[in-house]
Design a protein around this ligand. Sequence first.
Ligand code: TXA
Ligand code: MG
Length: 350
Amino acid sequence: TATHANREECQGWQETEVMMPSTRTTKRYRVEDLEEAAQRLRDGAAIAFPTDTVYGLGANALDPTAIARVFEAKGRPQDNPLIVHVSDPTKLQRVAANVPEIARSLIAAYWPGPLTLLLPKSNSLPPSVTAGLSTVAVRMPSDPIALELIRRADVPIVAPSANLSGRPSATTWEAVVEDLDGRIDGVVCGPATRIGVESTVLDVLHEPPRLLRHGAISLQTLQPILPEIIDASHGSEAGHGATPPSPGMKHRHNQPKARVEIWDGADREGAANHDKGSRRGWIGVEAPPASVGYAKVVVCANADDYAAQLYETFRRMDQAEIDVIDCQAVPRHGIGAAIMDRLERASSRA
Ligand code: TXA
Ligand code: MG
């Protein structure tokens, strides 16, 4: 269509509304067909792929048109910068101006893995990748499919979570399709992701070092290397108009259509007394109170399993037309801090 053609020509064009008519054919790539997906990524396509954490929506980090396509497909606010993914630490030269000593130690200890580091941005990166910031967020994922795809593409790859902005992140390729079919060029149909929540984001350029987003690499894990580290993941709430340390944190996050309620141990029996008329769902590491008639129940083996199942559960509960999801609180250590952070963001209706 003419509208479509105009959109292709205009690099500065940005989508503001989340829902728009589907115009693209989203190709399903088998994991055996990574070479074709990698070539198209290099040539400017937006293709989703599995990582160790969640599915990412990949694009060539050196191509401003491809980056614009990612913002458009997700309905992502322009001021929310992207994470650049590399297949090897030696590829950092193309994205970072330099790599400070402390970042080198963290890379040696945690890459490949769910740790994103802020580095001084290289001038060759388009400004839209970092939303105009002087720092770039970078990580090397540990998933073999992700690594192989990025290695074959032979360019750094931006990959925000492959969901519509504000929706729960996608941990399966089917969830990617649910949000982005017709809006992106392809999806690599790999297995469900192992970790299930997004990477830890760390700023070691700042003194003291700041944790910007909780993830599988916990504050306690980082403390031996970074004894001064502070938890700045709630920066936007405390900031009162100040620039949040991580711009993404001020936006709506991971929200299912259902209302999310967090239940700690003491309150758990209280679930019985809530809105008798609503269809309720439960996710936790224990069975729900027997007194509440839950329409859908997910009992996880442990906190790791909780993290792995959380976003998919949100999506399944929406499909089952659940009104309220009772989510059991877990202790805030290890992956538990990331679970509680995501639950709090999902439950806020600000
Ligand atoms: O696990 C992950 O990190 C996944 C997978 C696909 O790799 N990606 C992901 O990307 O979660 P996204 O775009 O959904 O989240 C990126 C987060 C946002 O909160 C963003 O604000 C922050 O990283 N971020 C990116 N660049 C930044 C920068 N230069 N300074 C501060 N925060 C930054
Ligand atoms: Mg995201």
